[in-house]
Design a protein around this ligand. Structure first.
Ligand code: UT7
Length: 323
């Protein structure tokens, strides 16, 4: 059977780093509160000339380089983002143009923090369905542009950045030993909209709006939802937590990551944590975490890797792949 195998990956971060202490003069907060409650120590914040498209393009170029490919080799770009450059056209199409790519097709996918997990699962279906041979899957966000910088309960939590992978069609035996995407489980439920949403949009206010979150409410649901989709993914693949080499979760809060790993019985040393470095970068968080763990030599060819995310909507999901 056809498998979607990761051929390369890359990342891009804005130049400016904001430390927790930088918020202390802006809102009533402290480095101590932020570290204790979230694990975040710093985040990157985009300058005016750094956009979802420019960061996405840079991550895409890095992923192509690591794969030894050029834009000419790509058939499809799927960009996961909730902070597009424009309401339309899709920022994926803008990235396609920035890459000098005038063949194939590109589209955005909007599943907030779960966007990259949704996008990998979607790209896998395009590949297995024969509509594409090589897909650039990108998560790129500039959440700094939709934050209310006077709201301490949200502005300290998020950051900007982008990450990307190149998925390529390859023949597999149909077993769990294959490289590539092996299983996926996606969920959403709009009943939770008010707990995490943006209070503007083209069809309602005609404005971009600001992110609003009832953090405690999101937290209450997060661990149960995350562990449910992961258990569904394990069941699909016929594996247990012990079989995993790496757990690469969405990076929203270290306490959520720790509680999820503990509930699933995933050993602490198998968990990739980058929330301290990047904050919550929404759809970019999982590919950014992947890029760190690949660059430092933790994730290697043949490793069994579990991706997971949960966010606004609510949306949540997991993807199991062999690197
Ligand atoms: O990516 C999408 C998914 N999003 C998430 O997963 C986020 C989920 N939620 C969380 O990570 C946590 O709920 C937060 C980090 C947002 C908050 O942590 P918490 O332990 O749930 O704190 P809390 O909301 O219960 O607030 C505790 C206190 C409150 O004060 P009172 O009401 O107890 O007097 C807040 O007003 O902390 C206060 N607070 C702050 N204090 C200092 C809220 N934000 C801050 C702040 N600095 N930045």
């Amino acid at each position: 059977m056809i498998r979607s195998v990761v051929r390369g990956n890359g990342a891009a971060l804005p130049r400016r780093i904001m430390k927790n202490a930088d918020f202390e003069g802006m809102v009533e907060t402290s480095d101590e509160w932020i570290v204790q409650r979230t694990g975040i120590r710093q985040r990157h914040v985009a300058a005016d000339d750094e956009t979802t498209a420019s960061l996405g393009e840079a991550a895409a170029r890095a992923a192509l380089d690591s794969a030894g490919l050029t834009p000419a080799d790509i058939d499809l770009i799927v960009l996961a983002t909730s902070t597009p450059n424009n309401t339309f056209p899709a920022t994926a199409v803008e990235i396609q143009n920035r890459l000098g790519m005038h063949h194939g097709f590109a589209f955005d996918m909007q599943a907030v923090c779960s966007g990259f997990v949704y996008a990998v699962a979607t790209a896998d279906l395009y590949i297995r369905g024969g509509l594409a041979k090589r897909v650039l899957v990108i998560g790129s966000e500039t959440f700094s542009r939709i934050l209310d910088w006077s709201d301490r309960s949200t502005c300290v939590l998020f950051g900007d950045g982008a990450g990307a992978v190149v998925l390529e069609a390859a023949e597999g035996a149909g077993s769990i030993a294959d490289r590539g995407v092996l299983a996926a489980s996606l969920r959403s439920d709009g009943v939770h909209k008010e707990k995490l949403f943006v209070d503007g949009g083209p069809s309602t206010t005609g404005t971009v709006g600001h992110l609003r979150m009832e953090g405690r409410e999101v937290f209450k649901h997060a661990v149960g939802m995350i562990t449910d989709v992961i258990e569904a993914t394990f069941a699909q693949a016929g594996i247990t937590a012990q079989d995993l080499d790496w757990f690469v979760p969405h990076q929203a809060n270290k306490r959520i990551i720790d509680a999820s790993a503990k509930k699933l019985g995933i050993a602490e040393q198998k968990v990739v944590v980058t929330v301290d470095l990047h904050g919550n970068t929404s759809a970019a968080s999982v590919p950014l975490a992947l890029s760190v763990a690949v660059a430092d030599g933790r994730i290697k060819k043949g490793d069994l890797v579990l991706l997971e995310a949960m966010g606004g909507g609510f949306t949540w999901g997991a993807v199991l792949l062999r690197w």
